[in-house]
Design a protein around this ligand. Sequence first.
Ligand code: AHM
Ligand code: MG
Length: 344
Amino acid sequence: MPIISTNRLITIERHIASEEQLHPEATGEYSGLLRDLTLALRLIARDVRRAGLNDILGFTDTTNVHGETVKKLDDYANDVIFRAMDHGGHLCVMASEESYGLIHIPSRYKKGKYVLVFDPLDGSSNIDVNATIGTIFSIYRRLEPNDTSDGSLTDVLQPGYKQVAAGYASYGSAMNLVYTSGNGVDVFTYDQTIGEFLLTREKVTIPQRGKIYSINEGNYNRWEPRLRQYIDYLKTPSDDGLRPYSLRYIGTAIADVHRTLYYGGIFMYPADSLSPKGKLRLMYELNPLSMLIEQAGGRATDGTRRIMDIMPTDIHERAPVFMGSQDDVLDLETFLRGEHTSQQ
Ligand code: AHM
Ligand code: MG
């Protein structure tokens, strides 16, 4: 697989501007929004890299809205995104994993027609061990496009299929920005010497079937029997050589999904007897990741329903998830329905 699949030198700003030309009605508001957001991502990446040096690692005295301990870098990332996005005039409201309620645009600034939902720093348990972490975002249009007042909860609680764009930045050995506006998935890599994201892979497609499964298997005894059966099946050697699958699990959703996007296979965070809706959050983790996976030709469901068709009722609600290669997710669904036969 080539490391670089495009030889055109294009920055993300140029790419977004050319995508906007596909929409004659575009006002430029959207590219302004993305410009502000990539500034925030660059700032977060800088501080993620300097985290150890700056002695900003460690726990704050507070916990987040889920009762989990918040690290300083999460707070920082949340704050940077707010400060980059509050004054541009593109957004009418925001919501974040690290904020309990809606994040309003200050009254002194113009309200725009878009809604931003984000997880400022996903994979926070990996900060201290220098494993990949990242920022996930999702963009919607406000329900009433000509409204110039504050956005409301109903503007935020839209199903994933209404996303205008989605993406994530991963802060790993390189900083990648993986992005879709509904026209395929493109990957940009940050060149810190020139301060630009350059297009490095265009129109990524996920393999039809992979050979890797990704799940926190420590929870095995809490899963429903049919899911345990599926995982056992993946580990059982088959004559055709398709199995056993390899297990890879980083514990940062974007890192596990990023690998799944490139190599195929299946990423799962299922429900279990202690967490009937799983762990991951619909609005700012699953919907954006599902849009990327689907745009790359993959499948993302909660076992029965398409993730992006779920009608959210709460900013922070959770859902079980199975996403990745078409054939792998379809196999899993067959098991969950109890329809798998041992000949398959
Ligand atoms: P976070 O938002 O606190 O970082 O939690 C979300 C992360 C996901 O990135 C990852 O898929 C999952 O939690 C890992 O959870 P677990 O440690 O239970 O396997
Ligand atoms: Mg998260």
